[in-house]
Write a new protein. Sequence first.
Length: 296
Amino acid sequence: MRVKLGFGYVYARLSNLTSVAPSARLTVEVFAGRIRVFRSCGEYWMRRKLVVGNWKMHGRMASNTVLLNKVVAGVRDLKGADFAVCVPYPYLAQAQSMLQATNVAWGAQNLNQYEEGAFTGAVSPGMLSDFACRYVIIGHSERRGLFHESNDIASAKFDAALKAGMTPIFCVGETLAERDAGVTEQIVATQLDAVLDRAGTKGLAKAVVAYEPVWAIGTGKTASPVQAQAVHLFIRQRVAKQDSQVAQALCILYGGSVKAANAAELFAMPDIDGGLIGGAALIADDFIAICRAAQK
Ligand code: PEP
């Protein structure tokens, strides 16, 4: 979306756009989790909050209709953040038809890195593009753990998603044993480096990263805002070593038992740019409340 806006309107909508001179005329492009601002003196990027629901293997046609109708109605007026749901493959057509004229984007939870071939049961990037998916979750801990996806496979999928024009939501995070052993940063760095080595910072510039401590996913145990912020900052600083502009614009979501009750304090941290939401994304009121928290 590319809109030419006068200053007053931009200022009202993007209250943190403080560095803009009152008389400036701007062109703004809104992307997944970030905003590109063009001015006569150049261009720069700002981060924008993003909330993504990961439905995992949940949903049926009838219940999805109810859930999506409620979510669409509940977030319709929330203009200060981006929203999406990543649904199971069979419901992509339903998501596309119900969401296409709304401010809720849709995506998938996985893809195969190959475009076609004898891969029974697999779904290619091109197939997801046929349903106009904007996002695809890559390297979720359930894919890594239950389906044995290595860093190499995750990074190949990341690359395939980018080549197909989708925004990968690339998940990183440590297990409880790894946190207890004091190797959180080492684990996250290895996961992140796998995509940096393959796609470079140019690739990462078109992606979203989700920090999801494995011990917090679906367990009801949330990382404290301070714990999460520390890892988000670590991720940003690691990217900044290669490209400070990409790092500054990188949208980094937190995932792991985010609920309506804890979303606002997590999203208030300086390097937390929104959330990847599992269980709470299946309950319309909870998901809407989390989306509202991203607006604050
Ligand atoms: C997830 O599935 O990515 C997730 C964070 O799940 P939950 O919110 O249920 O912990």
